[in-house]
Ligand binder design. Structure first.
Ligand SMILES: Nc1ncnc2c1ncn2[C@@H]1O[C@H](COP(=O)(O)OP(=O)(O)OP(=O)(O)O)[C@@H](O)[C@H]1O
Length: 330
């Protein structure tokens, strides 16, 4: 994947004159359908380079937010601006400055991958040699160069999602609105999408990305918001949000040999509450007040254990997240 080439591609620049001016800003943004608040006084601020994970269950208001920011839907009241342009007066400028990938999008059946991209590049009035260069660059970025001449209908769901991402990158937007880009993908395809998002993050794009699943986004975002029934119930830096979401940390740890000894060693460590042996690893529950666990890895290594696995248990994190979202609004 190449990061540098796309940075030089011509694109729409933000209206923002200072580096601190938010790339996305909303104030009391509200959308009502009859009596239903699809979105209820949403206050969000994203700065250049922020990758904001927008997490919530079905019907929480994620798509509504994205569609308002993409100027495809009017709010009932409240303010929103993207790249310094108001959604009320700067819709044309906003559309040039963003790449919006909806949760469902159609692809044209009878086209090759490269024809599909060239078609949209032409719609952005990218011409001639530049068009070819940019199409090749975005294909490379999403790792689809090897499918350049394949028919779009022959792509897997993961590849189609990556092609959708390539499409919204053609005009080098500064802000990306990505509505559940990893939904319905198998674990491998999810990892691939995450890889692309990490590349985009390195390029300094501002990204609002939604998901049902917290762990899916936790390690690529710097900020996270959890929305439920139109209300943003948690908002902040990933580390702070994680503290609120989980009550205890559970780690999955394995060593190359002497697993029983490692279990005994772990049980003696001050931050460990309980160690359970699983067929392939040790499940290590930390005491409730413990927030950091990197020292534990260091001590294991210093005591001669060769670590083959050391990671936070995602299922535990997901369960904690579900508990939090259920607990607050029900
Ligand atoms: N056109 C509409 N008319 C009436 N209600 C709507 C309309 N569009 C959305 N809603 C309602 O607004 C709420 C928020 O929907 P939204 O699509 O934003 O949720 P979401 O978080 O994107 O959900 P999902 O994860 O299922 O895509 C839901 O209760 C939904 O039923």
């Amino acid at each position: 994947m190449s990061v540098t080439q796309l940075e030089t591609a011509p694109g729409t620049q933000a209206a923002s004159s200072t580096a601190d001016e938010p790339m996305i800003h909303t104030h009391d943004l509200t959308k009502k359908y009859g009596e239903l608040f699809a979105l209820n006084r949403l206050n969000l601020t994203l700065h250049r380079g922020d990758v904001y994970g927008f997490i919530g269950p079905n019907g929480a208001g994620k798509t509504t937010t994205m569609r308002i920011l993409a100027t495809l839907l009017n709010p009932s009241w409240g303010e929103a601006s993207v790249c310094g342009y108001s959604i009320y007066t700067g819709a044309k400028e906003i559309r040039r400055a963003i790449g919006y990938m909806p949760d469902f999008f159609g692809v044209y059946d009878d086209m090759k991958v490269i024809e599909y991209l060239e078609f949209f590049a032409a719609a952005y009035r990218i011409k001639g040699a530049k068009r070819k260069k940019i199409c090749d660059e975005v294909l490379n970025l999403v790792d689809l160069t090897y499918k350049r001449d394949a028919m779009v209908t022959s792509l897997s769901r993961g590849m189609t999602q990556r092609l959708g991402l390539a499409r919204v990158l053609l005009h080098n937007p500064q802000v990306l609105l990505l509505d559940e880009p990893a939904s319905g993908l198998d674990p491998r395809a999810r990892i691939e999408i995450r890889g692309v998002l990490k590349e985009l993050q390195k390029m300094g794009k501002t990204i609002l990305v939604s998901s049902h699943i917290l762990p899916e986004l936790a390690d690529i975002c710097n900020k996270i918001g959890i929305i439920e029934q139109g209300v943003l119930i948690v908002n902040g830096a990933v580390t702070d949000v994680m503290k609120q979401v989980r009550t205890t940390i559970v780690l999955n740890i394995n060593v190359a040999e002497r697993r029983k000894e490692a279990a005994d060693f772990l049980e003696r460590q001050p931050e460990v509450e309980e160690v359970q042996e699983r067929p392939d690893y040790l499940m290590v529950k930390l005491r409730p007040e413990v927030e950091r666990f990197s020292d534990l890895a260091r001590r294991l290594i210093e005591n001669g254990f060769e670590l083959t696995l050391f990671r936070e248990d995602e299922i535990n994190l997901e369960t904690a997240f579900m508990r939090l979202t259920k607990g607050i609004t029900s």
